[in-house]
Design a protein around this ligand. Structure first.
Ligand code: 8ID
Ligand code: ZN
Length: 350
């Protein structure tokens, strides 16, 4: 039997960029005809949520805003037009909350590039609340056997790195370097890469991140704070440079460095989104080495299903720490200082 839906719920709300993160009661929203209402049990905290709160990016957020876009929970209500979910199903809020499904980009499966895309925890309220709305056609379907706390980070971090690895074109047996390897996206990227048959070199800093990255499958770890010449070191360690680099670091510098150490004919993928930052690659070597530099932005519905399938099959695990929803400000503080190895997940009941 479906649980009764309360009128109000706990959420974390901010009213202006960088303003107080208020843990308070707000109304439970009602789903429209093409929407589902998800009782969010757990939500991952992505660095994107921190950018959204700080107002780092050249794109305004909705205000006031409930952030969050890695929400895993149970469908408790649905609109009349929804046919792909039933009450009681497990479902996920992801970054791409909705898109038009009829433009050039949606038609080709490039839904993240839709000009009318709705973004959870950015242009619409997200998963840092107990009850969140998603467009049914875009919501992630989560198999019942998946643990809801552990599957949460797959809904952004997992999908994003899985897609970026596909976009990198790296083939089994080849080297992929991952910058930001010890963070939320990075620790999942290591595992997807391994599951896809790639050899992983992780770049990040500090003993806890080194230990975690190595445990999860990085063959080599390069500590950027302790390595004077990262470029020549990485070229030496990978016998000519990695065939691909997936940059998930939340900082500018590693992007340009990766253009220097990537192997000739290799691909540099930009995924991390440090604000007001640029990738610089010297033209002569870009041409002579015939390298590719490209961006990769979350994933489409098919990527979502595939990324969740890797998780359900046990090919990737979630390196998470679970704390209460009310503790989001402390999580942001640790994240700002670069002190999180893996991912924090919020339990919305606390
Ligand atoms: O679709 C997308 N493109 C997408 C999706 C989701 C997230 C992009 N992102 C972006 C986020 O907005 C953020 O900018 O990816 C970036 C990483 O998100 P995250 O993994 O959630 O952040 P984190 O857990 O804080 O990890 C970042 C890691 O980068 C390392 C830090 O030590 C941390 O472990 N790092 C930094 I900061 N500087 C570095 C450097 N110079 C570095 N690693 C290597 N070299
Ligand atoms: Zn994210």
């Amino acid at each position: 039997m479906a649980a009764s839906i309360p009128k109000t719920q706990k959420a974390i709300v901010f009213e202006k960029s960088g303003g107080p993160l208020l843990y308070k009661d707000i109304p439970v929203p009602t789903p429209g005809p093409d929407e589902i209402l998800i009782n969010v049990k757990y939500s991952g905290v992505c660095h994107t949520d921190l950018h959204a709160w700080k107002g780092d990016w050249p794109l305004d957020t909705k205000l006031p805003l409930v952030g969050g876009h890695e929400g895993a929970g149970v469908v408790v209500a649905k609109g009349d037009n929804v046919t792909n979910f039933e009450i009681g199903d497990h479902a996920g809020i992801k970054w791409l909350n909705g898109s038009c499904l009829s433009c050039e980009f949606c038609n080709l499966g490039f839904e993240p590039n839709c000009a009318s895309a709705l973004l959870s925890g950015y242009t619409v309220d997200g998963s840092f609340q107990q009850y969140a709305i998603a467009k049914a056609i875009h919501a992630a379907s989560i198999p019942k056997e998946a643990d809801l706390a552990q599957v949460a980070p797959i809904l952004c971090a997992g999908i994003t790195v899985y897609k970026a690895l596909k976009e990198s074109g790296a083939k089994p047996g080849q080297w992929v370097a991952i910058t930001g390897a010890g963070g939320g996206l990075g620790t999942l990227c290591i595992q997807y890469a391994r599951a896809m048959g790639l050899r992983v070199l992780g770049v990040d800093t500090g003993a806890p991140k080194e230990a975690l990255a190595t445990e999860l499958g990085a063959e080599i770890f390069v500590d950027f704070a302790k390595t004077p010449d990262i470029v020549s070191e990485i070229i030496k360690l990978t016998n000519g440079g990695p065939h691909a680099v997936v940059n998930v670091a939340a900082a500018e510098k590693p992007f340009s460095l990766s253009c220097q150490y990537v192997r000739p004919r290799g691909t540099v993928v930009a995924v991390g989104l440090p604000g007001n930052a640029y990738i610089k690659s010297e033209i002569f070597s870009t041409v002579i080495k015939a390298i590719t530099i490209k961006g990769s932005y979350v994933g489409n519905r098919a990527d979502t299903t595939e990324a969740i399938d890797f998780f359900v099959r046990g090919l990737v695990s979630s390196p998470i720490k679970v704390v209460g929803l009310s503790e989001l400000p402390q999580v942001y503080e640790l994240m700002s200082k670069g002190e999180i190895a893996g991912r924090y997940v919020l339990d919305t009941s606390k």
